[in-house]
Write a protein that binds this ligand. Structure first.
Ligand code: SF4
Length: 361
């Protein structure tokens, strides 16, 4: 039997077209969209404004439940980690971070409710510092499963999510179509749930995906996981660099800025005695000055629970003091730098940590 499409995978435009196809005015499609994403209905039956006949059609041809189940872990710092079990049995994670950090200086510092969401179960890119990478690629998430993380999180915490970052499990650009659709669902240009300016897509450097994303209007923010300033080091810790090296990546970033006029963020984990030298700081500053952008330094999350081998085993975190000193060095060379706050250390909030244990079970 053909699997039913989940209703949460349909964009506003698709729901309006469906209404028209069934002989209803297009605003009936918009009502369904609002019921799904703004009234957070939990079943077709609970959708109050929809006519009986339309609901019966939806019941027959579409599924409603987004996930099989989900678990929640609350941290003492206010962050919340969600582990969502897909109907395939694979587990993905989201992390809710309620407070302002110093990552986005042009926004208010007190009102942000950020959700870090996943776009794939596992990941095939094998970055050596990442627990998710050790799983390999298990599944591409559907639009309902990507945007649905926001819906379930809002229901559980009783707060509206204001910012979304695609920095959870998976490489968004390798599930591009579904990621773009989920952005359109969360941020339709007619009924905006979350502003595009408050959605960030993070990539490890899949340049064809960056090109595609640059055409999305209005634009979202782009973050690039850089983590090295030379191809020699990046080749070792991020195998994607063998496909698109740093100079190709910089050209893509430059093109993204040209097309969108949106500043770029370079994510960078300084590893002890690998990529944290004065020369690295100088190169980072130079990179970050090509187009308006900033470097976001991220403390390394311990991945010893993955039993790392080879290069991964040799990666060591810098101390908090060394992190600050590295930031100051980049600043001294003229770069703009922020340091990411760490969340949920008491609830295994490192990307992939919870999902890794559940997927392995
Ligand atoms: S860092 Fe991102 S792209 Fe790299 S393996 Fe982890 S999830 Fe995949």
């Amino acid at each position: 039997m053909k699997q039913k499409t989940n209703i949460h995978s349909l964009t506003l435009e698709e729901l309006k077209n469906l209404a028209i196809k069934l002989g209803y005015p297009s605003y009936r499609g918009e009502q369904i969209f609002r019921e799904l994403w703004f009234s957070a209905r939990e079943s077709f039956a609970s959708m109050k404004q929809i006519q009986k006949g339309f609901k019966e059609y939806l019941e027959e041809y579409y599924s409603f439940e987004i996930f099989q189940s989900h678990n929640i872990l609350k941290s003492s710092d206010g962050s919340v980690k969600f582990a969502f079990t897909l109907f395939s049995g694979d587990v993905v994670e989201s992390v809710y971070m309620p407070s302002a950090s110093n990552e986005d200086e042009d926004e208010g510092k007190t009102s942000r409710k950020t959700l870090c969401i996943s776009s794939q179960a596992g990941c095939g890119l094998d970055c050596k510092f990442c627990a998710t990478g050790t799983l390999g690629l298990l599944a591409n998430l559907k639009p309902s499963e990507i945007a649905g993380q926001v819906k379930i999180c809002e229901k559980e915490i009783g707060e509206k999510i204001t910012n979304v970052v695609f920095m959870g499990m998976g490489e968004p650009m390798l599930n591009y179509t579904n990621v773009e659709k989920s952005i359109k669902i969360l941020s339709d240009t007619n009924i905006t749930k979350i502003s595009r300016k408050k959605i960030t897509v993070s990539t490890s450097g899949v340049t064809p995906g960056i090109r595609k994303l640059s055409k999305l209007k209005p634009a979202v923010k782009l973050a690039i996981s850089l983590h090295a300033t030379t191809n020699g080091v990046r080749d070792k810790i991020m195998p994607i660099n063998l496909k698109s090296n740093i100079s190709e990546l910089m050209n893509s970033a430059q093109n993204y800025y040209k097309q969108t006029k949106t500043a770029i963020t370079y994510e960078y984990i300084p590893f002890k005695e690998l990529n944290d030298s004065d020369e690295d700081a100088k190169r980072l500053a130079k990179i970050s000055k090509r187009v308006p952008s900033r470097v976001n330094l991220i403390p390394f999350n311990d991945i010893s629970f993955t039993s790392p081998v080879g290069v991964a085993e040799e990666l060591k975190a810098v101390s908090d003091l060394e992190l600050q000193e590295f930031a100051n060095k980049i600043r001294s060379f003229g770069g703009v730098v922020t340091i990411r706050s760490t969340f949920g250390r008491d609830i295994a909030a490192a990307c992939g940590q919870l999902a890794l244990s559940e997927n392995k079970e």
